[in-house]
Design a protein around this ligand. Structure first.
Ligand code: URP
Ligand code: ZN
Ligand code: ZN
Length: 487
């Protein structure tokens, strides 16, 4: 008879497609059996009254990363992934960030070294390209994609990181040639810069004006241009952190035309509004991220877009900066909104906020919760079938949720490097009380019990999501372009 390391008994097992009462047996870090009356394991966990769900996959997290502000995020791999584990997340996709002049190969090596030392959950890297020089795309990119980093991220805004139209086209073409997905921070840089200058010149300097300075039409313009480029090259894209009802409209129209446009939103756009930035003095800086959080009507449009499949997943965009001179207040306590780094923590709060809204409050339910936070990111980013579900042969990445446990977010409980939570004072019902990564308990009853460095790199290929549609733009079609070979 097969021997098991763990058997999780009597729980409600939830995947993106099914909800059943079944036990889950684990051996050698993988799911070995699912059923009833399974043989005892070395240790049995009684999950009666609990939900047994796949560990979360957070596909957008800035960890120990040189960011757009020129600062490293206020986190190490250890602190960030500890917060992830405590919040029920067992895999993160973070960034190896190339800035201008850097070798991409060296950048990827450096981030690997940081993660190997500190990571508690499993991880992969999206490669940020701020300087897609010819030799980077020709010589460095192909072996890095083959080594398991099959996603490239570009920014259409931020002075340090943004690519221009030609560079964006180069990256889309390089991704197509090497079968990688392209992920984009899409906002119109000129509109943001122009409006920010105008606000500052008129003395509107407080953090609340950050929410004004990123026009929603800047999202519309950038999404539209990006989608036109992606259609032209025939390259699948992922649009990051969709914040506005207008942005959703552009994505819906593109998907309606059959284009391979994936998109995510984040908890901050579902649970916060611009009024959260409207605090005395510089306190609103804690809620500053880009794009900014918007209105309750946008929240509703984003939920609808998730429900309709226009958005497929919810990531955190964890980008923490401590509320001190090494982070948010790098330019001092009287800084204007342009001098404050953008981003907020989210690795720990993502799943409990969503569990509370979707499972405890009953909107969309447990299976959609699993789909949007684990299964869809696994499928889109090439982690499936190893991750993102509870199935025989998959990694035993499991979060056991107590649906009755109430927790009130408080700054004192924060373990990531931000030192504050944007959700302080908010109470959620439902909390991950036991979290297993590859069959090892990494968090239990609010304590992280895994060793830093025990997380493993997960190599990914582009998979079906990165496959082009095969719809040639006329300019690339040799039958319509006088025979010019452009691919
Ligand atoms: O405000 C944000 N989102 N900061 C993180 C950097 C990014 O991806 O935009
Ligand atoms: Zn972004
Ligand atoms: Zn981001």
């Amino acid at each position: 008879m097969q021997s098991f390391d763990f058997v999780i008994r009597n729980g409600t097992l939830v995947t993106a497609t099914d909800t059943t009462h079944a036990d889950v047996a684990i051996a050698g870090g993988r799911i070995a059996a699912i059923g009833r009356d399974l043989a005892p394991g070395t240790r049995d966990i009684d999950a009666a009254g609990k939900f047994v769900m796949p560990g979360g996959i957070d596909a957008h997290a800035h960890i120990e990363q040189l960011s757009a502000s020129g600062l490293i995020n206020s986190d190490t791999f250890e602190t960030a992934t500890k917060s992830a584990a405590l919040g029920g997340t067992t895999t993160v996709l973070c960034f190896a960030a190339q800035h201008v002049g850097m070798s991409l190969t060296k950048v990827v090596e450096d981030y690997h070294a940081l993660a190997r030392r500190g990571a508690i959950v499993d991880y992969g890297f999206h490669m940020i390209l701020a300087d897609p020089r010819e030799e980077v795309l020709r010589d460095e990119l192909p072996p890095l994609i083959k080594a398991g980093h099959a996603s490239l991220k570009v920014f259409m805004t931020y002075d340090r990181l943004r690519v221009d139209d030609m560079q964006l086209l180069d990256v889309l073409m390089a991704a197509r040639e090497n079968k990688a997905l392209v992920l984009v921070h899409a906002e119109n840089h000129g509109m943001i810069t122009w409006l920010s200058k105008r606000l500052l010149a008129k003395g509107y300097t407080a953090p609340r004006y950050h929410a004004v300075s990123h026009p929603r039409l800047g999202e519309v313009e950038a999404f539209t241009r990006l989608i036109a480029f992606a259609e032209f090259i025939d390259q699948p894209i992922m649009i990051y952190h969709v914040s506005s009802a207008e942005g959703v409209g552009v994505i819906r129209a593109a998907r309606g035309r059959g284009l391979k446009v994936f998109a995510e939103t984040c908890p901050q756009y579902l649970f916060l509004t611009k009024h959260d930035l409207d605090k005395p003095g510089i306190d609103g800086a804690k809620w500053m991220c880009s794009p900014p959080v918007r209105e309750t009507s946008d929240q509703e449009a984003l939920w609808q877009a998730l429900c309709l499949g226009d958005l497929q997943l919810i990531s955190s965009d964890h980008a923490p900066y401590a509320f001190n001179e090494k982070g948010k207040l790098m330019a001092g306590p009287s800084a204007n909104f342009k001098q404050i780094p953008n981003g907020m923590p989210g690795l720990q709060a993502r799943l409990p906020l969503l569990f509370d809204a979707m499972v405890s409050k009953g909107r969309f339910g447990a299976q959609k919760f699993v789909e949007w936070t684990s299964t869809a990111p696994a499928e889109i980013y090439g982690l499936a079938p190893r991750k993102g579900s509870i199935a025989v042969g998959s990694d035993a990445d499991i979060a056991i949720w107590d649906p009755d446990k109430r927790v009130t977010f408080a700054d004192a409980d924060v373990v990531d490097g931000a030192g504050y939570t944007p959700y302080a004072g908010r109470t959620v019902r439902g909390w991950p009380i036991t979290v297993l990564r590859r069959g090892e308990i990494i968090a239990e009853n609010g304590r992280c019990v895994a060793a830093p460095g025990s997380g493993e790199f997960v190599a990914r290929d582009g998979g079906p999501a990165a496959e082009p549609l095969g719809r040639l733009a006329p300019e690339f079609d040799t039958e319509r372009n006088f025979g010019a070979q452009l691919y």
